[in-house]
Design a protein around this ligand. Structure first.
Ligand SMILES: Nc1ncnc2c1ncn2[C@@H]1O[C@H](COP(=O)(O)OP(=O)(O)OP(=O)(O)O)[C@@H](O)[C@H]1O
Length: 320
């Protein structure tokens, strides 16, 4: 992650974001008041069960969709009220997008070099500069050898690395990837993940990756979990896994375990916290809990326990 400049606005700031899909007689609340704050230059993974709202959020951040309510700011700019032309320019200049399916990312009749040059052409970049930038990006994604081949003659992993180069072509501030390793074997997934990290560090682009793959999520410092259309928990890692091994070598060649990951529950602006089912279900917690304030922490009691007043802790007896 590149160090973020405190004078810059956050890369992403979602506040009470709501997206309701309405069909004939059905209403689906895909996002239900989601809050998310991402600093400039961060690389984060977004995880959550199928239907939790990940793709909906990505579509809104990409400018492909608009929220029903709430605010979404990218680099301090409110997206909710953009008109069609501003939205098109935002998509063209500010965001790069990598889809799960390699063929969806590239035009099949164009070579890798032409695919990376094309978005720059739409942005008014001259021929020589387009070509130079495309070659530089293909090199930085380690696919320079693929420059004159069409996508059909590239492996899935090579296609995804060319797709990252395409996404970076117009120097976006935000790189979004929806399950970019979802159709790849483990080795290719590892290489594509390394390319996304390279995009984040060497090109300084804030990167958000939606994934179901725990190994991919384990390779970033911050993983945000969405549940029922809201950010529910976050896992922060001091030392993300490199992807291949879960231990790191010290100077003398010995390995030491990674420091423990820390999982936080997200507290939203109104003080709401989602209690994960692995905490609530064993205790039979459903509708009500009782909170007690303790020195330095808060205790959450199931309703039936709360009805029987918790006994105050007895001072420890002197064993002498
Ligand atoms: N165009 C749409 N019309 C109606 N409902 C939709 C539409 N797109 C998504 N939904 C619904 O919104 C909810 C969130 O969907 P979304 O695709 O954002 O979830 P997801 O977390 O990305 O799921 P997955 O991991 O399966 O891709 C789901 O209940 C889904 O059925």
């Amino acid at each position: 992650m590149t160090a973020s400049d405190p004078t810059l606005p956050p890369a992403i700031e979602c506040t009470s974001l709501v997206r309701i899909y309405r069909t004939d007689n059905l209403e689906v609340q895909a996002l239900q008041g989601l809050d998310l704050h991402v600093a400039q230059g961060e690389l984060i993974a977004l995880v959550g069960a199928s239907g939790s709202g990940k793709s909906t959020l990505l579509g809104i951040l990409a400018g492909l969709d608009a929220p029903s309510a709430g605010s979404v700011r990218v680099d301090g700019r409110e997206l909710a009220g953009l008109g069609p032309r501003e939205r098109m320019l935002y998509r063209r200049r500010s965001v790069g997008f990598v889809w799960q399916s390699p063929p969806r990312n590239l035009l099949p009749q164009l070579t890798a070099l032409q695919n990376v040059a094309l978005p720059q052409r739409y942005n008014g970049v001259g021929r020589a500069a387009r070509r130079a930038r495309a070659l530089e990006l293909l090199d930085s994604m380690d696919v320079a050898h693929c420059r004159d081949r069409t996508p059909g003659r590239l492996s899935g992993g090579e296609q995804q690395r060319v797709a990252i180069a395409v996404a970076l072509a117009n120097s976006p501030t935000l790189l979004l990837a929806d399950e970019p390793t979802g159709e790849l074997d483990a080795e290719s997934a590892h290489i594509v993940m390394a390319a996304l990290r390279e995009a984040n560090t060497a090109h300084g682009v804030t990167t958000l990756i939606v994934t179901h793959d725990e190994e991919v999520a384990g390779q970033v410092r911050r993983t945000v979990a969405i549940r029922d259309g809201r950010t529910a928990t976050e896992t922060h890692r001091d030392e993300p896994a490199s992807g291949a091994a879960d231990a790191q070598a010290d100077g003398e060649g010995a390995t030491r375990p990674r420091r423990a990951d820390v999982e936080y529950a997200v507290v939203d602006r109104t003080g709401r916290v989602q209690l994960p089912p692995e905490f609530t279900e064993p205790l039979g917690i459903r509708n009500l809990v009782r909170l007690t304030r303790e020195p330095g922490h808060i205790e959450v009691w199931p309703e039936r326990e709360a009805q029987q007043e918790p006994e105050p802790a007895k001072p420890e007896e002197d064993e002498a």
